[in-house]
Design a protein around this ligand. Sequence first.
Ligand SMILES: Nc1ncnc2c1ncn2[C@@H]1O[C@H](COP(=O)(O)OP(=O)(O)OP(=O)(O)O)[C@@H](O)[C@H]1O
Ligand SMILES: [Mg+2]
Length: 240
Amino acid sequence: MNSTSTFLELRDVYISYIGVEAVRGVSIKVNERDFVTVIGANGAGKSSIFNTISGLFKPAKGEIWFNGERIDQLDAPEIAKKGVIQVPEGRKIFPLLSVKENLMVGAYMQKDRKNIARNLEKVYALYPVLKERTNSKGMRLSGGQQQMLAIGRALMADPKLILLDEPSLGLSPIFCKNLENQMKVLQKEGHTILLVEQNARMGLSLSNYGYVLENGELRKEGPSAQLLKDPDIIKAYLGV
Ligand SMILES: Nc1ncnc2c1ncn2[C@@H]1O[C@H](COP(=O)(O)OP(=O)(O)OP(=O)(O)O)[C@@H](O)[C@H]1O
Ligand SMILES: [Mg+2]
């Protein structure tokens, strides 16, 4: 597989809840090693798209392809097994489990103990604070540390594609800055990342390509640097 092949592709995807068509005709492409961001306001449909990619919902219409295979009819565990790993909105760490136990949850599909140990060391090297707090209960961590734990848990699954759902939500400005650096490191290490964010400036400054989602439909797409300079985007999403 070369570096420009399409890794993830949503083709004209529709997502419906009972009586509500939340996402309409969305097409998104992510190439291997890309960092792609979908920006959109509250309720635009960002999490719906992620939950559909990861198999928690089935799309009403359209197709989702990953790594040359159609995945939209597969169940969530099968999709995770293919390496599509979601870091959910609100982090969803286990408050009563220790840091290490939370990380091991991410490794539940891994069989090779040596590989699990290697991944654990990698996560601890990336986030030393998690190593320091390895025996602390999840609920004892700060918001920023919980976000590291949620990302660390995803890394324990040997992800081929990481879906990051609003990681900056509820974080203080300092933790946001840390998070930005962490995401840069992930990209540098060769991970393929799809991020959804209300924090449009952060999302677009990190990514190489962006999509703008409004009320369940894509309004615009393009290289992130271009979107950051787009007067409509500046007005609607980037403030002054
Ligand atoms: N389980 C559900 N049942 C019914 N409607 C839902 C459900 N989940 C989401 N919706 C609706 O679908 C639309 C899109 O919601 P979604 O959570 O995907 O948006 P979002 O962009 O992730 O928003 P946020 O930034 O607040 O996380 C909203 O109108 C929401 O009310
Ligand atoms: Mg959401």
